[in-house]
Design a protein around this ligand. Structure first.
Ligand SMILES: [Zn+2]
Length: 258
């Protein structure tokens, strides 16, 4: 019997399933049924739950211009990036079918943590993802929600990734999740003619991605601006000065976990 490479299933604390789309309601005050009998005629016209978050609908996802009456706008939001540290080594060691299982389970665990806090999984790129908090579902405490999601992702994935790391005796450090979080004004909208879904762009997004890039296995790396918004959550955090590619000055990053 071969040892399992699957990330162990932990209890999913799903957000309460909404009967109307929380995005359409928060952005337009329009009730779009996404569950229950009233959602049936909408489903006939292809309006269903979004894959970014099952509590928003495909109108929010693909009809940004109609929802926001423009191609893009500026929004205060928190951006979270997450990926598996040591993934390249793992991918060179492990059978591709098993690798796919690991990635799929990781993505599912991340999504559950993010959805439970009203964030959306905006992009998935192999073993990585980008989440947005505060659009289209509004949240006054969006930085706190993002950091809580980061902590939950670490908690869900820690044991199983450590077991995988031991099993394959990976040479350069252990497998684990790296998370980067930054907060501030981002530009949200449709920026491509070939894709119909929205995304967020701007310096805040780049910085969140760079912070994730310097996170070690098990670490959540926060920008000073994000840390400032969640004083209770960073009481026991450490600081590390990091040089980020494309960003002139060193950043005093705030580190949780590791
Ligand atoms: Zn919607």
């Amino acid at each position: 019997m071969s040892p399992s490479t699957e990330i162990s299933v932990v209890e999913v604390e799903a957000a309460a399933p909404a009967t109307i789309c929380m995005g359409c309601w928060d952005q337009m005050k329009v009730p779009v049924p996404i569950r229950g009998p009233f959602s049936v005629p909408f489903r006939v016209f292809g309006i269903t739950q979004s894959k970014m978050n099952p509590n928003i609908c495909t109108i929010c996802e693909r009809a940004f211009r109609r929802v926001k009456k423009g191609s893009h706008f500026t929004q205060d939001a928190t951006i979270l990036f997450s990926d598996i540290r040591g993934y390249t080594q793992l991918s060179e060691t492990i059978d591709p079918v098993e690798l796919a299982q690991v990635v799929s389970e990781f993505q599912d665990q991340c999504a559950a943590s993010i959805w439970a806090r009203n964030g959306i999984v905006n992009k998935q790129m192999g073993d990585g993802l980008m989440a947005i908090f505060n659009f289209p579902i509004k949240a006054t405490e969006h930085t706190q929600r993002a950091v809580e999601a980061g902590l939950d992702i670490q908690r869900r994935c820690k044991t199983s990734l450590a077991q995988l790391s031991d099993r394959f005796a990976l040479p350069h450090g252990r497998l684990g999740v790296g998370v980067g979080i930054h907060t501030g004004p981002v530009e949200i909208g449709e920026f491509s003619k070939v894709r119909s879904d929205f995304t967020a762009i701007g310096g805040v997004v780049n910085m969140a991605a760079r912070l994730e890039g310097c996170a070690g296995a098990g670490e959540i790396v926060l920008s000073p601006q994000a840390a400032e918004r969640v004083p209770e959550l960073v009481e026991r955090a450490t600081e590390r000065q990091v040089n980020l590619k494309g960003i002139a000055d060193p950043v005093n990053a705030v580190i949780l976990g590791g």
